[in-house]
Design a protein around this ligand. Sequence first.
Ligand code: 13P
Length: 250
Amino acid sequence: MTRRPLVAGNWKMNGLRASVVELEAMIAAYDSHLQARAELLICPPATLLASFPAVAAGSGLAIGAQDCHPAPCGAHTGDISAEMIADAGAGFVILGHSERRADHGETDSLVRLKAEAARRAGLVAIVCVGESEAERDAGRALEIVVGQLAGSIPDGATGADLVVAYEPIWAIGTGRTPSEADIVEMHGAMRAALRERFGAEAEGIRLLYGGSVKPENAGTILKLEDVDGALVGGASLKAASFIAIARAYL
Ligand code: 13P
């Protein structure tokens, strides 16, 4: 089974309407050679979800959201449903990012409900997992991440509706990354857990690495076994660095 690499940008709470120039520069650089090697995705803040899908239409670059509510509609002030995201023209939604788990107390079971909502709406869910520094220091990283996977992913997930992103919390925005051996070990453990639960379907589920991915380390990280792409924060805000990361696949 070949998995198409996915280089995804998470803009977090960054970007104004003027940031469309970065999206346009990314689209201009996403030529047929790069399109043949990797899928590109940008997840802007919700305010830009209304305009970015039209800008990216026909370019091959996908647009996604950063969160959704489990319900399709209703009295949930400030929230956005998976159906609304699909209606805006987006195809993906990031779920269970460690910043949402920390800032909004999101639990594995809530993330799972959101992933079910994403599938209901026809979106691909990018479910994020990752250990804290204290958990890694205590030798519990594998146990924590495999446990988060078990709790956050819905039954019946397939490579067509699920992507998993391993983002060690201590590597996000710090410039630090795990060793190559630690990334390979973690991605291997995640693949094994997915195989145990989903059988052959697990081979189609892409496993992204996230946490301080930069043009300088992308060439190394993206070649590692069972690393099927990256979830990029800071370096995805500018076309030059985001495209430089994706070009690791050329
Ligand atoms: P950085 O690439 O800025 O470390 O962020 C990673 C991340 O959290 C992406 O979701």
